[in-house]
Design a protein around this ligand. Structure first.
Ligand code: FES
Length: 112
């Protein structure tokens, strides 16, 4: 059975911003886009481990603050020409409450 862990509310995260959540899996960056959709990725850029939570959110992506790779918020996949991905975490939002599935396998959704 899937277990969901409540981590806060949509309103806790600034639009086009993020919030860091400390978990047994490590730090998870939870992002809110311009349409108030919520995404969660491990807080490690697939390039050299940059803190994605400190990146700029735009157009369904976050740009890493270190070397500006663009990472797809849904899959964790780096956008070409860059290559690599970071694991994503399943997110469920109900009535503004955000829950993460932290017992999901850590394999990246993009499969790389
Ligand atoms: S560490 Fe993210 S682009 Fe280099």
């Amino acid at each position: 059975m899937t277990e969901w862990t409540l981590i806060g509310h949509v309103a806790d995260i600034p639009r086009l911003g993020s919030r860091l959540v400390e978990t047994a899996q490590g730090l998870i960056a939870v992002f809110r886009d311009g349409q108030d959709q919520i995404f969660a990725l491990h807080n490690r850029c697939p390039h050299r481990g940059g803190p994605l939570s400190e990146g700029i959110v735009y157009g369904g992506r976050v740009s890493c603050p270190l070397h500006n790779w663009a990472i797809d918020l849904k899959t964790g996949q780096a956008v070409a020409p860059d290559n690599g991905c970071t694991p994503s975490v399943p997110v469920h939002v109900k009535d503004g409450a955000i829950a993460l599935c932290l017992d999901a396998p850590q394999a990246p959704a993009c499969g790389c």
